[in-house]
Design a protein around this ligand. Sequence first.
Ligand SMILES: Nc1ncnc2c1ncn2[C@@H]1O[C@H](COP(=O)(O)OP(=O)(O)OP(=O)(O)O)[C@@H](O)[C@H]1O
Length: 470
Amino acid sequence: MAQLFGSNNKNGLTRELIEALFPMFEEASAGAIAVDRESRITWINSSYSQLLGLKDQAAAIGRPVRQVIPETRMPEVVETGKPLLLDIMEYQQQQLVVTRLPYYDEAGEIEGAVAFVLYDDLQPLTPLVSKYRSLHKDLAAARKALAKKARSTRYSLGDFVGASPGALEVKRRARLAAGREMAVLLLGETGTGKEVLAQAIHSVSRRSDKAFVGVNVAAIPENLLEAEFFGVAPGAYTGADRKMREGKFQLANGGTLFLDEVGDMPLPLQAKLLRVLQEGEVEPLGSNKVIPVDVRVIAATSRNLEAMIADGSFRSDLYYRLNVLEIPIPPLRDRLADLGLLCETLLWEVSEGLDMRAEIADAGVAALASYNWPGNIRELRNVLERALTMSEEGGVLDADAIFKVLPLSSEGSIARAAPRPVKLLADILAKAEAQAIEDALVATRGNRTKAAKLLGISRSVLYEKLARMS
Ligand SMILES: Nc1ncnc2c1ncn2[C@@H]1O[C@H](COP(=O)(O)OP(=O)(O)OP(=O)(O)O)[C@@H](O)[C@H]1O
């Protein structure tokens, strides 16, 4: 034991010690094997070679252990120097309990590893093994579900809130896009809901049970874009993974690929993207094989692609390929009629997170309408969140609460200096109606039939209105 913890050997078992203990371990085990620093087999006993079904025990010597036992973790022990005690190894439908230990030379360098099969008959360990198996199965199922969820959508069409003519037109086109397989181009400023809409289109399309993969072209360094899109073949360059790294196209196979900020794509990649869309196959980096892919592309941009085509920074052929159906999403300042609805939804979401109840008064909505929202709905959400956090116990957000948190930048505000007093909509409408009726009666010298005609209403409706006004 002195040697095990002696000053020359702080790291663990020496070769000498292993050799001394080996006969004991070997006898107690159902098989034993040793490998060198390169994970090549240096020794294997006959019980292990029988267990493995090796025809020629001697031929195994000198071979990489993975070639003989593909499931082995001995190379890992040699690499890390960490023993693996009581590990369950599945080998050709049998479960073996294996202990693997590294051993060291006198200088403390790893020289190799030894492994002992402690049980080949797991009968006595049945409860443990079945628990291991069921946990393993649960883990695999959870991983699969998680991966699927990560590639599934959060939004459906109902999440694109709005009832203004602009919002309704967006939804009409989105439904049209969902029912067909065409490429869609979403145009809109930042925060207008391009990603919400892309996910919504996917979730109503026939691809909804397949992956939705989003990629923001502007967020990826230019030199990594190609690998990110098309994948990397095993060992394509120094440092590349030994396994194939799938690109976004392969990940989205069968489903939808959302290309956000497509206007930021460099020209050489535009050419490659066009080829993939035309041919339906990708060629991973460093590979000479093509992989067929079936992907529906939804692209989005906040840039003016037509101007980019004119100045040569965007390919027109790619533009036409991506823009089979165009969905322009109006900025929030052009659909202020949706503010009330949006506030209701966003406040509900935000107040849930803050664990408080909140509403907004009409005057609060009118205050929001005085701003021109360069960050659109994302910014609206932030403003509401700030207003709620600043208000003492949530409650009803009034104009004051909103003005306290609205950004003061001049580009953002529309006539913020003197907000007009807010009146009840019903009062404003009643007044306008009375004025119109009065004007019509003056114009027709009191002839009610002609006045009704001028106003575009029936005589009986005019009589009803006059009765209410008197
Ligand atoms: N019509 C909408 N109804 C409800 N919430 C919306 C709507 N549009 C956007 N949002 C919300 O606004 C935020 C921004 O939306 P999204 O990320 O889809 O915008 P975007 O146009 O893709 O922005 P960017 O171009 O900056 O990526 C999200 O929190 C989203 O939930």
